[in-house]
Ligand binder design. Structure first.
Ligand code: CA
Length: 521
């Protein structure tokens, strides 16, 4: 967008506010928020991010009517730790959620409680995943339960503040949206500004698409990422050793057997018998074809990976299709009423995801696909439509940003920074030049603990459990195919990034104890 168009837009908004041509808006000066978060949603499966392999018109609307964050990152690429950073505005050594197994101390400072204390009506609907139940920070909650607090796709169980434990018929993403709309329309106190957190289980494993999307892309060939057949040379040994290959990712009903035993039981057992039959009717022919191809020797070498990439990515995109449709329902509901103009809508995922890059379907590593966090934000009258924000933001910034927008005080203990000053595309001079990352769940999927620093151009990763380093020049090597840690050409940059790593460790007060074994699993 041209700066002149942006300037005219903002002047117009200012004049309209000044002359009071919309008096209802001026009366209710506190903005409302709808915070929508999915799980493991890869940036490249949101078409607003550009080189996309699918079409997500409803999520894209938030970018065309608002802003998309190009350099948005998490601080620890795994579910519960990212959620805790979002709530508290802190890195994990400060909020105690190092891994998915860590306890959650709900009494600590977190933005929903501050909102509620300051007159907001707050709600939490959908996936929660933290290891103790939500508390008094929400006026209303209804969270997915079961499957290790991950929740089920089909006919899920919920725990709600009003009705306790319930089982419901339907598909997780649809039910969460329905409940969010129900809360917005009928349950909340209409005299108060509102803040619902609407959190989808999708696109997390064990991935199961809803029936109406099962045929999507069936006959297409989805483009492969350039790094699908990565040979894992020229990097630390972990790239070769980790266990996150695409063919281990999706939940596919066993061919013909209708087997409900073992780990898969809990997911397929949620379905009615009719649903299971219908599911098999779709998957069995594909499984039969696979067996035939395998028997004929058609899947030797890379062909097996090629085959499973298509199976994996199609189911992944079908689960995304349901998210996009439901985001559309939620935004349409908002826009049909009188609240849209004074409501900020945010869409993010707790982290992005490898969708075939390097042959993987997971997160955790500090490589780009896992380090990123999709983030889109619509704020009518404040964010110029179609804004592309380049400044570096991180999940620790969300709490301070939301508090800032609501005009509430940001507690000093929060480590993130409000990104309101960068919503105008060009970050101020003192905006952060690098982000700090620390993954703690040592050994999960074969990924060791590691920390690192990323600037706009470089990335330094410290696998400190065995003193191994990687360094990437993201301008020359955006796919991170070659660590240049031992290349003398980068000596000065590496030294400078090591200094930056130490500065950030000190700035965020990372305790020395986290670098000493035994390491948390
Ligand atoms: Ca996640």
């Amino acid at each position: 967008m041209k700066p002149s168009a942006r300037y005219i837009y903002l002047i117009l908004i200012a004049i309209l506010s000044a002359v009071g041509c919309d008096s209802s808006r001026i009366e209710n000066t506190k903005p409302n928020f709808i915070f929508i978060m999915s799980d493991d949603h890869a940036n490249r499966t949101i078409s607003a991010y550009g080189d996309s392999i699918n079409h997500t018109p409803n999520i894209d609307r938030l970018a065309t009517e608002g802003a998309i964050f190009i350099n948005s990152f998490c601080a620890n690429s795994i579910c519960a730790p990212s959620r805790s950073s979002i709530l508290t505005g802190k890195h994990n050594h400060k909020n105690g959620v190092y891994t998915n197994g860590s306890p959650w101390y709900g009494s600590q400072t977190q933005f929903p409680r501050i909102f509620k204390k300051n007159g907001y009506e707050t709600a939490l609907i959908g996936k929660w995943h933290l290891n103790s139940d939500p508390g008094d920070e929400y006026d209303y909650f209804k969270i997915l339960t079961g499957a290790g607090r991950q929740g089920f796709y089909y006919n899920p169980s919920f725990l709600s503040s009003e009705k306790g434990n319930t089982d419901e018929s339907g598909y997780s993403t649809d039910l969460v949206t329905k409940e969010a709309i129900n809360w917005l329309r009928d349950i909340r106190d209409p005299s108060k500004p509102f803040l619902p957190l609407v959190q989808y289980k999708a696109v997390h494993v064990p991935r199961m698409p809803e029936f109406r999307f099962l045929e999507n892309n069936s006959e297409d060939s989805i483009p492969e990422p350039e790094t699908l057949y990565d040979d894992y040379e020229h990097r630390a040994r972990y790239a070769r050793e980790v266990n996150m290959f695409i063919w281990k990712s999706n939940l596919i009903p066993p061919y013909r057997t209708y087997d409900l035993s073992g780990n898969r039981y809990i997911y397929f057992a949620r379905m009615t018998e009719e649903e299971r039959k219908r599911y098999h009717a779709y998957y069995d022919p594909w499984n039969a074809e696979y067996e035939e191809m395998k028997a004929k020797g058609m899947l030797a070498g890379d062909m097996e990976k090629k085959y499973w990439y298509q199976r994996f990515i199609k189911d992944y995109l079908r689960v995304v299709d349901a998210i996009d449709e439901n985001v559309g329902k939620l935004v349409d509901f908002l826009d049909a009423g009188e609240l849209a103009e004074n409501t900020i809508v945010i869409y993010c995922s707790d982290q992005s995801y490898f969708t075939g890059e390097h042959g993987w379907a997971e997160k955790m590593l500090m490589y780009e696909e896992a380090l990123q966090m999709p983030l889109l934000m619509r704020w009518p009258g404040k964010i110029f439509p179609g804004t592309r924000i380049q400044g570096m933001v991180q999940n620790i910034d969300y709490a301070p940003t939301l508090l800032d927008i609501a005009g509430l005080e940001i507690p000093e203990e929060m480590q993130g920074r409000s990104f309101v000053p960068i919503l105008d595309e060009v970050p101020p001079d003192d905006w952060r030049k690098s982000i700090y990352y620390h993954y703690y769940e040592h050994g999960g999927h074969g990924v060791p603990r590691h920390e690192g620093v990323r600037s706009q151009r470089y990335k330094l990763i410290n696998y400190y459990t065995d003193n191994v380093w990687e360094f990437f020049d993201l301008e020359k090597d955006p796919d991170e195919m070659q660590s240049v840690y031992n290349d003398p050409y980068y000596e000065v940059e590496i030294r400078s990034m090591k200094e930056e790593l130490l500065r950030l460790r000190s700035y965020y007060e990372i305790p020395d104890s986290v670098f000493v074994p035994p390491f948390v699993k």
